[in-house]
Design a protein around this ligand. Structure first.
Ligand code: ADP
Ligand code: MG
Length: 691
């Protein structure tokens, strides 16, 4: 196709997005290659290649004024009074002698080239730094152009781009300027006004303003517009893909009498945060909207009982609830808790891969002989069908894929959906990473929870921790020892669980009953060892981070984390959460096996300073930066061009709310939106849902 034709037929965003930048005026094969280095391939890439900075070049000054700010660019009108040359690094470059009448300055052209029309007697405008030196005033030029034409480098707030070899600011500005009118015409779409952020402008104007701002105030407005557009687009696509389109159901639960009565029989009173969250859950359950909620709460904050009480609402109204757990151990533990706390109020079934009577249990579920069904992946099996599934609860949701979660949802109609996680995520990020879910947070610990005392040390002080562990065992308590890897690491330096289990037992824990669990051992053996530890027969449990999820053994008070520098912060925090439960003192030793890098030592420091999971997550985010923290590729987040999900968290919040309204209110809007989506798909290439 010939360029002119494309320009004439270009009427939709999609065309614009897809039009190869090489068909633009001023871009030949040479610049095509250079632009590609900046990942600019299409016209849209070009106009959304936003400046890295701006410089106010509206005011022109004299050399006298310019030398008062020798480190800042100034714009000065001068006449070329002479042309000499200068040798730098064996290269000869032209040197302009310029004057404004009061001062004479020397201005070398380090590019080595003499621009067209530059000769003695002509007037030029220099943007540069003017400094008094001992050979007179020296000028280092940022940009220079002949005076008299349409100014390209001065007379306004000027955009500065991130460049690459062969590309100048001037060229970049010219390329973008050329496309602006075309784009203004092509970009007829905008976010429908009811959903736009207050105080923003139309999208096409904002694009123009980003590159050629009229004033800093309007530039701010343009930035907000662009960021909001990016976030709104992301949220709309993400929500459309991840949130059930129909969140309506007939209200089917009307009574919470039994649940309330049961709540009063618990061995403890719920914390304020538990009560508040339970309120949020019951409100969802009793409304005509399907629940679609994430429950976040630090390790030990008491999510289980809240989930069980929500399940009771469903049960009391004649439906079934399912609770999915990632491990067999956890499923058993939940079933035991449920049977103990709910008593006769509900029939609990446990279904795991190793259940004795899988067939019988499966039949009971289908025939509604049980109310709350707790299990592992076995629940997802095709053979399992529920008589009347009303609520699906997924514990430690990060352990499951979206597909697995959906399988459970598909086992009922308009099933209310509750995901739980103890992985603390900074609040500023939740609405981005889990935008499709409503959020409840238990941000308060049950009373009497004493912060776990934490110490970080080197391998040399290791015997001290085991001495300490022995003293706790003498008091009738138990402990965990955790290693980062099971065995046979490629890295010879690293101490492994299997090797060290025997050494440590022989050296430090002589005659103390200990056991070992890890992910590569047969499940029955692992469960057997876990059970012996839970019963108190074994005093020490050696493990990998397998025990990180949810295990609740109140009598275990000490945890020794070997090779602590190899664990991430949130993992360390989760592991530490295994001790210091039920009002007991807890102790955590972080044994570092190697020299600590800066990041690792920052991690140890924050672990020793606080027990607050959210604070730890915030610090982790600070230490590692959002990219590392989120693992952007893995999190499925696009790389936003203008927005920053942390800095612009408030805009993200507004964008999410607007996108939810947009999707809910206007079916027609969605149809319109489909046209946009082609564009969006290109725009946000990595936005596939993956949370
Ligand atoms: P998590 O949120 O990590 O899943 P759990 O639900 O396992 O935490 O609860 C941790 C422990 O706290 C359990 O032993 C539980 O019995 C206890 N617990 C929960 N809520 C309260 C409360 N309000 N008061 C006292 N103890 C509580
Ligand atoms: Mg839990």
């Amino acid at each position: 196709m010939i360029p002119g034709m494309i320009q004439r037929t270009m009427s939709t965003i999609k065309d614009l997005i897809e039009q190869d930048v090489k068909f633009s005026k001023g871009v030949g094969p040479y610049f095509e290659e250079i632009l590609a280095k900046k990942r600019i391939h299409t016209l849209f890439d070009l106009v959304t290649f936003f400046p890295r900075d701006y410089e106010d070049r509206t005011k022109m000054v004299t050399i006298t004024e310019a030398i008062t700010t020798p480190d800042k660019n100034a714009v000065v009108l001068v006449e070329i009074a002479g042309i000499e040359s200068l040798t730098v690094n064996f290269r000869t470059v032209p040197k302009l002698i310029v004057t404004d009448g009061d001062h004479v300055a020397q201005a070398p052209l380090f590019s080595g080239r003499m621009p067209k029309g530059f000769e003695v007697g002509v007037q030029v405008v220099i943007t540069g730094k003017f400094k008094r030196g001992f050979k007179g005033v020296q000028c280092s030029i940022s940009e220079i152009e002949l005076s008299g034409g349409t100014p390209a480098s001065y007379g306004r707030i000027v955009a500065l781009y991130e460049l690459t070899a062969g590309l100048s600011q001037k060229k970049m500005r010219a390329l973008i300027h050329q496309q602006m009118t075309v784009i203004q015409r092509a970009l007829k779409y905008d976010i429908p006004s009811p959903y736009k952020l207050k105080g923003t402008m139309c999208y096409a104007d904002a694009l123009a303003e980003m590159h050629e701002p009229a004033a800093f105030s309007s530039l701010e407005k343009a930035k907000r517009t662009i960021i909001f557009e990016e976030f709104f687009t992301f949220q709309t696509m993400y929500l459309a893909a991840n949130r059930p389109p129909v969140l309506k159901k007939a209200p089917r639960y009307s009574s919470i009498v039994r649940m309330d009565a049961l709540k009063r029989t618990l061995p403890y009173t719920l914390t304020g945060a538990q009560e508040r969250v339970l309120g949020e859950l019951t409100a969802d359950l009793m409304s005509d909207r399907q629940m679609f909620r994430l429950l976040q709460g630090d390790v030990g904050s008491g999510k289980t009982i809240v989930a069980l009480l929500a399940a009771m609402v469903v049960v009391e109204n004649g439906y079934q609830a399912a609770l999915l757990a990632p491990t067999e151990v956890l499923a058993r533990q939940h079933a035991a808790t449920a049977r103990k706390l709910l008593g006769d109020n509900a029939v609990i079934a446990l279904l795991t891969g190793t259940s004795d009577d899988r067939e019988g249990t499966t039949r009971d579920i289908a025939e509604k002989k049980c109310d709350i069904i707790i299990g592992t992946h076995a629940l997802l099996s095709e053979t399992v069908s529920f008589a009347s599934l009303g609520l699906a609860i997924i514990d430690e949701q990060q352990r499951f894929g979206v597909d697995q979660r959906n399988v459970l949802l598909s086992k009922g109609s308009n099933v209310d959906y509750l995901l739980m996680t103890a992985t603390p995520i900074p609040r500023s990020l939740t609405m981005t990473l889990f935008g499709e879910l409503d959020l409840s947070v238990i941000d308060e610990m049950p009373p009497g929870r004493i912060p776990v005392k934490t110490k970080s040390m080197g391998l040399a002080d290791r015997s001290h921790c085991y001495q300490f562990l022995k003293s706790r065992i003498a008091k009738g308590e138990q402990g965990f020892v955790v290693f980062p890897v099971i065995s046979e690491s490629a890295d010879d330096e690293i101490l492994t669980l299997v090797d060290e289990y025997h050494t440590v037992c022989a050296d430090y824990l002589f005659n103390i009953p200990a056991g070992m669990v890890h992910g590569r051992m047969p499940a029955p053996e692992r469960d057997g060892t876990m059970a012996r530890f839970a019963s108190g027969e074994l005093k020490v449990l050696f493990a990998t981070s397998l025990i990180e999820v949810g295990i609740d053994i109140p009598n275990a008070t000490t945890i020794i984390i070997e090779g602590a520098e190899r664990f991430g912060l949130s993992q360390l925090h989760q592991l530490r959460g295994r001790v210091g439960r039920n009002g007991r003192d807890g102790f955590c030793y972080l044994v570092n096996h190697g020299e600590l890098a800066d990041i690792a030592s920052a991690r140890m420091k924050i672990m020793c300073e606080t027990n607050d999971g959210f604070k730890i997550a915030e610090t982790d985010l600070e230490i590692r930066g959002p990219g590392e923290f989120l693992g952007v590729k893995q999190s499925g987040l696009p790389e936003f061009k203008a927005g920053n999900i942390i800095r612009d968290a408030d805009i993200m919040r507004d964008a999410r709310a607007a996108a939810l309204r947009f999707l809910a209110d206007t079916p027609a809007g969605i149809a319109d939106f489909n046209a946009r989506r082609d564009y969006l798909a290109a725009h946000l290439q990595s936005a596939e849902p993956n949370v």
